[in-house]
Design a protein. Structure first.
Length: 314
């Protein structure tokens, strides 16, 4: 009888441990820790598995590195140790979405796109990385609402949202995996929610079904689709009726135009990601784009893109 009770208790403890373990580990995951583990291993230390969790083996490896480098042996990844490892501190992670700026008026948008490349006051004509006007604030709530309107209409949202089916979700995830692309994260996730409206715009950018197969600029593509000058323009009416300013603001911004922490906050909120640092939750809830890492860190601000995005002068 005692043996039976003992076995039941042990089984219960093991079961609880199996349930709690992933959650506990996920809560401790940190991308910088994972990068440090990789770097420590490359330097000949033994941090254990590069799982992003600061466990005993990783802490011991950090102490050994600190000892060799003449640093205080704390076993922690403080700023001095990170600098010695040539790693950066974690990027900020915004947890709530707000309108960090208001949606531009049509006059403001028209004025922005009318100016020449490389003018820091007019970023929409410069699509290169680290352009002078990078890190633009986003009308976060307005973009999130626009994404939900699109996904609910075309059924491309997460399971359980209006009209969502495996087929419509596959259309969206296939769009995200289109490669290569130089688009910013928020641009791609916003755009891929539109199953039909994006056809006219995509074809125009690619030079498909256009006069002389000309590849249109983003501004030209928008104007031509909005004015019903190209095939599939009828479906584009959805954009002009529901979110014309948001579409232009998001789609005309260059690569690296927007503040990354704001981008990720909007995208994570759309897919219902509560803890961006939980790789398991990230993998389950948020679909990857082609350049995203596949280790469950693609919900983070300072993820390592594979390959890195490159800008484009168009």
């Amino acid at each position: 009888m005692i043996n039976i009770r003992y076995s039941l208790i042990i089984s219960l403890i093991v079961s609880i441990a199996m349930v709690l373990s992933p959650v506990t580990q996920a809560a401790e995951f940190n991308q910088v820790t994972q990068q440090a583990q990789i770097k420590l291993a490359q330097l000949g230390f033994a941090p254990g598995t590069a799982d992003g969790i600061l466990g005993p083996r990783t802490s011991a490896a950090i102490k050994a590195f600190q000892r060799q480098s003449g640093l205080p042996e704390t076993g922690k990844l403080d700023n001095v140790t990170l600098k010695q490892l040539e790693l950066s501190t974690p990027a900020p992670q915004v947890s709530t979405v707000e309108d960090w700026r208001s949606v531009p008026s049509q006059d403001e948008l028209d004025d922005l796109v009318a100016h020449t490349i490389n003018n820091p006051n007019f970023p929409y004509t410069d699509y290169r990385p680290n352009a002078p006007a990078a890190n633009l604030d986003l009308p976060g709530l307005a973009i999130l609402a626009a994404m939900k309107t699109s996904s609910d209409t075309f059924g491309s949202g997460p399971p359980g949202t209006p009209n969502s089916t495996p087929k419509t979700r596959k259309t969206m995830t296939d769009c995200l995996m289109t490669k290569p692309t130089h688009w910013a994260d928020i641009t791609l996730h916003y755009y891929c929610q539109m199953a039909l409206p994006r056809q006219c715009y995509t074809y125009a950018l690619r030079g498909m079904n256009t006069p002389g197969n000309k590849k249109f600029t983003r501004v030209e593509a928008y104007e031509s689709c909005a004015l019903n000058k190209l095939p599939h323009s009828t479906h584009f009416t959805f954009v002009t009726k529901t979110q014309p300013q948001v579409f232009q603001y998001v789609m005309f911004g260059q690569t690296n135009a927007f503040k990354p922490e704001q981008e990720q906050a909007i995208i994570n909120a759309f897919y219902g990601v509560k803890n961006p640092a939980d790789p398991r939750e990230c993998r389950l809830k948020r679909p990857r784009r082609a350049e995203d890492p596949n280790d469950g860190t693609h919900c983070l601000v300072n993820k390592k893109m594979t390959p890195m995005l490159k800008g484009k002068d168009t």
